[in-house]
Ligand binder design. Structure first.
Ligand SMILES: Cc1ncc(COP(=O)(O)O)c(C=O)c1O
Length: 487
């Protein structure tokens, strides 16, 4: 008898527990609404999305029934709620005991926030006061991370790996930090660098993972220069899955052990639990007990505690309700399960593979949470110019015509406008990101997006340029700007 391993189509490792039916809207209705909000897809009502909402994988996870049950058991006490103690244990189990000191020791090193960017502001606002002309390098800062660094007069530098732009390379770890560039920077400016960041996986750099070898190499190098290393750890479990899958030394190891090993190299991390916490809200800043960061900045925990109490809440709940803490405790348990991660990332990879086979120019190999379309390559052979912001136009048409929402993360989102020269400054990367919410969509949904994109690709010369009608010169402009088609 043939066995189940011969099946090409394997059933998902979960079943739907609860669903909702979408409302019906026509392309004309969507187009009219999109026009009213100045073609800014962030302002388009999600209720009107008839296809897939791929604007973000952040906070959009479908929770498990265990999480919904945990939510009911949430304890909303102002101080030391039940979930807080469960969270302490879960953080220690997941990342290592050194990242959450027992509260009775009165040596705080773990700070709960309402989301990732709040942790970033806490960290960088304190670091910004330690000196002038500081620099924080990364393998790829996320947009809010970069904005929080710059808001505190620190320079954010991206040291993307050369592999990222090398199509011929089939490296599975294009999210790595470029070691040669890092070494040069350290040699020239080490006294200006308070810490180094590694974003796992590298959201700005095509959602690509970082290898264990690169994490270790970066850690050894920066520690040699007496500089602490931090993770932006939003997608730590997805990154661990890639290490398990593609790095020879780790293929027989358990995901949980890989995660522990990854975190053994860092002195602290910030995390948005809205991704691999599998929860809808939450964030944290964790400083390794006896790590280099705490050795260099021993007074930070006290200042952070004051910051947290003033801005978020008592340290035992931070910025979170008791019920959110309960869903997080449960989510962190699910996220490191091999069967969950294999299904999750295979779904993203299969979606990317379909786009790739259709000839759409996407970043290959596909990363863990999203598929990234190269806008410049998409418009090759058309009259579209960089300052026409073809990515904005493409996402607007995809939403209006086919009901699927994706996000431009390229020349508009990461670029800026110099008012003096009246010129755009373009970033290194120009992508549209199709982020896939966790546990939400089925193959049929994603196939529909790929089909819509193929139709647009075949008609790419009919996609009009964009005029920016508002917000070209604002910081974080993609969240606020308004546009019109230049037809
Ligand atoms: C890599 C990375 N860092 C930080 C953040 C910020 O997290 P939050 O949205 O919870 O503020 C995000 C959000 O998408 C992210 O992808």
């Amino acid at each position: 008898m043939p066995d189940e391993n011969q099946l090409v189509n394997k059933a998902r490792p979960y079943s739907n527990h609860s669903v909702f039916f979408k409302k019906n809207y026509t392309a004309e209705e969507r187009a009219a609404t999109l026009e009213k909000v100045g073609l800014n897809v962030f302002f388009f009502p999600s209720e009107m999305i008839t296809g897939c909402d791929m604007l973000s994988d952040s906070g959009t996870t479908t929770m498990t029934n265990e999480q919904w049950a945990a939510l009911f058991r949430g304890d909303e006490a102002y101080g030391s709620n039940k979930g807080y103690f469960l969270l302490i244990n879960r953080i220690k189990e997941t990342f290592g005991p050194e990242f959450f000191n027992d509260p009775t020791l009165n040596k705080p090193n773990a700070f709960i926030f309402h989301q990732g960017r709040a942790c970033e502001d806490a960290l960088f606002s304190l670091l910004g006061k330690t000196g002038a002309g500081l620099i924080i390098p990364s393998n790829g800062h996320f947009d809010t991370t970069q904005a929080n660094i710059e808001a505190n007069n620190i320079k954010a530098v991206n040291l993307f790996s050369e592999e990222l732009h090398n199509e011929a390379s089939n490296s599975h770890f294009k999210g790595n930090m470029d070691i040669a560039k890092l070494k040069n920077l350290l040699d020239e400016k080490k006294e200006k660098i308070p810490l180094i960041y590694l974003t796992i996986t590298n959201n700005t750099g095509g959602g690509q993972p970082v290898s264990m070898a690169n994490i270790k190499e970066v850690a050894d190098l920066v520690h040699h220069y007496n500089i602490p290393l931090f993770f932006d750890a939003c997608r730590f479990a997805e990154n661990a899955w890639f290490i398990h899958e593609y790095e020879p030394d780790w293929q027989t190891k358990d995901i949980k052990d890989i995660v522990k090993q990854m975190f053994s190299y860092v002195d602290g991390f910030t995390i948005s639990f809205k991704k691999d916490g599998l929860t809808n809200m939450g964030g944290g800043l964790f400083l390794k007990n006896n790590g280099l960061f705490l050795k260099k900045y021993p007074t930070f925990p006290d200042t952070l505690l004051n910051y947290q109490i003033i801005k978020e809440g008592h340290p035992t709940y931070g910025g979170l309700s008791g019920r959110s803490i309960m869903t997080l405790v449960s989510g962190l348990k699910t996220v490191t399960k091999q069967e969950y991660l294999t299904h999750r990332i295979s779904q993203v990879q299969e979606f990317g593979q379909t786009m790739h086979e259709q000839g759409l120019p996407i970043v290959m190999p596909v990363g863990g949470h999203a598929v990234y379309l190269d806008i410049n390559k998409f418009f090759t052979g058309t009259a579209m110019k960089p300052e026409d912001f073809g990515g904005i136009s493409l996402t607007a048409i995809l939403l209006a015509a086919y009901g699927h929402r994706a996000c431009e993360l390229g020349y508009f989102a990461f670029g800026s406008y110099n008012k003096k020269t009246k010129k755009e400054i373009f970033p290194e990367v120009n992508y549209i990101r199709f982020a896939i919410p966790r546990l939400k969509y089925e193959k049929q949904d994603l196939d529909s997006v790929a089909e819509a994109m193929l139709l647009l690709y075949k008609n790419k010369d009919k996609i009009p340029p964009i005029n920016v009608t508002y917000g070209r010169d604002l910081p974080l402009r993609h969240f606020k700007a308004r546009f019109e088609f230049n037809e």
